[in-house]
Design a protein around this ligand. Structure first.
Ligand SMILES: [Zn+2]
Length: 252
C-alpha cells in the first residue's frame, strides 16, 4: 500500500507541472510564504501538486473554482504539513468551498437535557475523517494572524492524528506532558486576558474551547510567527516541535 502510494506520487510529480506564473500570483498574496527558503518553497510546491492530485475540491452554491482558488487553498493547506508529509491528511478527500459564510444547523443539549437547535454562520468547518468546508470570502481575508485555511486544517491535523477533544497528541520525540501543560496553561492565560476585557493580539475566538485555542494559535504560528515567538515563547517552542518548523527563524 505504502509502496503503491509512493510510486503513484512519484509518477504524479513527474507528469504534473505547476504553473509558475500562477504560483507567483498566488504566493504574492500569501506574505507568510516569503520566509520560506528556496528549498522549502520547492518542497511546498511538490506537496501542493500531490494535494491537488489526491484531494477533490468542489465549489458550492454556484462558486466556480478557478485554478487560482484551488492553488491558493492547497498552498495554505500544505504549509502546516511541510515537514510532516501529506499522509497526515490521509483518510478523506473532500474540500468544499462556499462563496461566503455558510449556514449550518447545530444542536446543543442544555443542563436539563433539552435539545436546542439553531443555525450558525460559519467561515469554515472540518469533520473528523470527512471534508474541510471553507468560505472563499473568508479565505480572501487572510490578513496577518487570521487564516481560515490554516485554522481548519489545524483542526484536521488534530482530529485525525490522535489526542483528545481538547488537544492533539504530542508527536514522537516530544515531551508529551510539556506539550499538554504548555497548551493548557496558555489556554488559561488567554481566557484570563479575554475576560479582563483588554484587546488581545490573538483572535479572542481562541477562548471558545481548547481545540479552538490550538487552531487559532496555529494560524498565528504560521502567519505572525515573530509576534507569537515574542509574546508566547513557550507555546511557540512547542508548536515548532509539533509542526517541525520554525517560521520565526526560517525553517528548521
Ligand atoms: Zn475552529
Amino acid at each position: 500500500m505504502g509502496f503503491f502510494r509512493d510510486w503513484r506520487r512519484k509518477r504524479t510529480l513527474k507528469s504534473a507541472r505547476l504553473d509558475e506564473t500562477l504560483w507567483k500570483r498566488v504566493a504574492a498574496k500569501l506574505s507568510f510564504l516569503r520566509g520560506l527558503s528556496e528549498e522549502d518553497t520547492d518542497r511546498l510546491k511538490q506537496l501542493v501538486v500531490l494535494f491537488l492530485a489526491e484531494k477533490e475540491m468542489h465549489g458550492a452554491h454556484g462558486l466556480q473554482l478557478t485554478d487560482e482558488v484551488r492553488l491558493s487553498i492547497a498552498a495554505q493547506a500544505c504549509l502546516p504539513i511541510l515537514n510532516l508529509g501529506l499522509d497526515v491528511y490521509q483518510g478523506w478527500v473532500g474540500v468544499v468551498v462556499y462563496p461566503g459564510e455558510f449556514r449550518v444547523q447545530k444542536e446543543e443539549v442544555d443542563e436539563d437535557g433539552v435539545v436546542h437547535s439553531f443555525e450558525e454562520e460559519l467561515a469554515g468547518e472540518a469533520w473528523p475523517g470527512g471534508p474541510v468546508i471553507l468560505s472563499w470570502e473568508d479565505v480572501g481575508i487572510a490578513e496577518r494572524g487570521y487564516n481560515v485555511v490554516i485554522h481548519e486544517f489545524a483542526h484536521k491535523i488534530h482530529m485525525d492524528g490522535g489526542g483528545d477533544a481538547d488537544y492533539p497528541a504530542a508527536r514522537d520525540g516530544m515531551d508529551a506532558s510539556a506539550w499538554r501543560k504548555t497548551l493548557k496553561e496558555g489556554y488559561d492565560r488567554f481566557c484570563a486576558e479575554v475576560d479582563s476585557g483588554e484587546p488581545t493580539f490573538i483572535d479572542p475566538y481562541a477562548a471558545e474551547h481548547p481545540a479552538e485555542f490550538f487552531a487559532v494559535m496555529s494560524e498565528a504560528f504560521f502567519t505572525e510567527s515573530a509576534v507569537l515567538a515574542r509574546d508566547w515563547p513557550e507555546l511557540y517552542a512547542q508548536l515548532a516541535l509539533f509542526y517541525k518548523q520554525d517560521p520565526a527563524a526560517g525553517s528548521m
